[in-house]
Ligand binder design. Structure first.
Ligand code: ATP
Length: 410
C-alpha cells in the first residue's frame, strides 16, 4: 500500500495551497512534480517543513515558465546545476530537474545529466533524504521511496546508498554527523564502516566546500553534539591533523557554555592547536580573513596567558594587554586557559572590564575646563583605568579626579 502524506501540522495552509497549485499547473502541461529531499524526511517525522524543494523530469526553465502565471512567480536565481529559485506568493521555491550524477574522481563536482526521478533519488546522500512526494492531482501526497528511506526514518537510521558514497563526496561524512545529531538517529553499521574507512577522502574536498559544510555544522542547534560525534569518529583529525590535539574534548565540552556562533566554535576548536599549525589549518579550512584574525587572536591570547597571571598586574594593565583582541578569542581563553587565575581575569575582562567607560564625556571635561586636544583622550583613558581598578567608583569621584588633575597641570 502506498504511503500518502497529509502534511497535517507539517506544512502551513499557504504552503500546502501553493504546492497544490504548482502540482496542478504542471500536471496540466503533462509534467509530474515532486517535493523531495529533507522536506519529505521532515514531513514524515512530523516536523515543520521549512524548505520547499521541487523536482520535475522537465527542464526547470520550462517549469518556471509554466508556473509564472498561475503562481505569479518570478525567477530569483539560477545555479550552475540548472536549478532555479522561484519567488511565489511570498515564498521561495527551489526548482530542479531530476538528474543523474557521475563523479570523475573523488571530491570532484559531479557531471550532471537529466534522468528519471528514481535515479535522482538514488544519487542522494542518505536514504532518509532520498524520498519524493507526488504533487499532482489524484496522487497528491503519495510517497516515492525507492531506497527504503521511510523504514530508516522509522528506525532512526542514517544509511548511505552505496559503498562508494563517501568516496564520491566526502562532505557526506560531515552531513552524516549533522543529521545523526540533529535527528538523534544512529549511523547504520555498514554506513559507519564506510565512513571510517573513507575518512581520508576528506582530503579531496576543496577548502571552500569544507568550510561551507563545517559552517553548516556549527549552525546546528546542537553544534557541540555534532562536534562530539565528529571527534569520536575521527572526523575532525581527518579534516586536519591539528584538530587531533589532546585538549579537544575539553574544548567541545566548553562549547556548551558558549552562545552558539560559528566564530566562537571555530576558536574553541583551534585553541589547543600548536601555533605553528594555525596557518596550514586556516588554509585547509578556507577561512575568511575575519575568521583567520579571530583564530590568530586566540593564539595571541593563549601566548599572553603566563603574563596575565603575574600577581602584581593591575586589572587595567591586564585589560590593556588583551584589548583589541577578538571577543571570541578572549572568551575562549577564559573557558580553556589552564590557569584558574588567568581564566577568572579573562572572564572579568569579557563580562565587565572590556565594557567600562567613564561616566564623564568629552563635553563634561570641556565644561570642567579641560582644553580640547590629545590630553583629553589621555584623561578619559586614565578615568577608565581608574574605574577598572576600582580606584574610582562614582561620577563625583571622577569629577574630583579631573579637578585634581587640572590643578596639577595648571
Ligand atoms: P537541511 O535540513 O540541513 O537543509 P536538507 O536535506 O534540505 O537538509 P540540503 O543540503 O539543502 O539538505 O540538500 C537538499 C537535498 O539534496 C538533501 O536532502 C539531499 O537529498 C541532497 N543532497 C545535498 N547534499 C548532498 C550531497 N553532498 N550528496 C548527495 N545528496 C545531497
Amino acid at each position: 500500500m502506498d504511503t500518502v502524506l497529509a502534511f497535517e501540522n507539517t506544512l502551513t495552509a499557504q504552503d500546502l495551497a501553493l504546492l497544490r497549485k504548482a502540482g496542478e499547473a504542471t500536471h496540466a502541461a503533462g509534467i509530474r512534480m515532486y517535493l523531495v529531499g529533507g522536506s519529505v524526511r521532515d514531513a514524515l517525522l512530523g516536523r515543520q517543513v521549512l524548505d520547499l524543494d521541487l523536482v520535475t523530469e522537465a527542464p526547470a526553465e520550462e517549469v518556471a515558465r509554466i508556473l509564472t502565471q498561475p503562481l505569479n512567480a518570478q525567477v530569483r536565481a539560477r545555479s550552475q546545476f540548472g536549478t532555479l529559485k522561484l519567488h511565489a506568493e511570498g515564498r521561495t521555491l527551489d526548482l530542479a530537474t531530476s538528474r543523474t550524477e557521475r563523479y570523475a574522481r573523488p571530491g570532484a563536482l559531479p557531471s550532471v545529466q537529466p534522468g528519471p526521478i528514481e535515479a535522482d533519488l538514488w544519487r542522494r546522500d542518505f536514504s532518509v533524504n532520498a524520498m519524493a512526494v507526488a504533487l499532482w492531482p489524484d496522487n497528491f501526497g503519495t510517497l516515492l521511496d525507492p531506497t527504503g528511506g521511510q523504514g530508516d526514518v522509522q528506525r532512526g537510521v542514517i544509511r548511505a546508498l552505496h559503498s562508494e558514497s563517501f568516496q564520491d563526496d566526502a562532505t557526506r561524512i560531515l552531513r552524516a554527523v549533522r543529521y545523526a545529531t540533529r535527528l538523534d538517529f544512529r549511523i547504520e553499521r555498514r554506513t559507519l564502516g564506510w565512513l571510517k574507512r573513507d575518512l581520508r577522502y576528506l582530503d579531496a574536498i576543496s577548502p571552500p566546500r569544507l568550510r561551507r559544510e563545517l559552517e553548516r555544522l556549527f549552525e546546528e542547534v546542537d553544534a557541540p553534539g555534532c562536534l562530539r560525534l565528529a571527534h569520536r569518529l575521527g572526523v575532525l583529525s581527518a579534516v586536519h591533523p591539528a584538530l587531533g590535539h589532546p585538549g579537544l574534548r575539553k574544548a567541545i565540552q566548553a562549547a556548551r557554555r558558549m552562545a552558539p556562533a560559528t566564530q566562537g566554535l571555530l576558536v574553541l576548536l583551534t585553541y589547543g592547536c600548536a601555533a605553528t599549525e594555525i596557518d596550514s589549518l586556516s588554509d585547509r579550512l578556507g577561512l575568511t580573513n575575519e575568521q583567520r584574525k579571530v583564530v590568530k587572536d586566540t593564539q595571541s591570547v593563549k601566548a599572553l596567558e603566563p603574563h596575565l597571571t603575574y600577581p602584581r598586574l593591575l586589572p587595567h594593565e591586564f585589560a590593556d594587554a588583551v584589548n583589541g583582541m577578538a571577543p571570541e578569542a578572549v572568551l575562549t581563553a577564559s573557558l580553556l586557559a589552564s590557569d584558574r587565575f588567568a581564566q577568572s581575569r579573562l572572564l572579568r575582562f569579557v563580562d565587565s572590564w572590556s565594557r567600562v567607560v567613564p561616566a564623564l564625556t568629552g563635553r563634561d571635561l570641556e565644561r570642567l575646563g579641560v582644553p580640547p586636544g590629545p590630553l583629553m583622550g589621555t584623561l578619559l583613558d586614565e578615568l577608565r583605568d581608574a574605574r577598572i581598578d576600582s580606584r574610582i567608583r562614582s561620577k563625583q569621584a571622577e569629577i574630583k579626579y579631573v579637578k585634581r588633575w587640572l590643578r596639577q597641570v595648571q
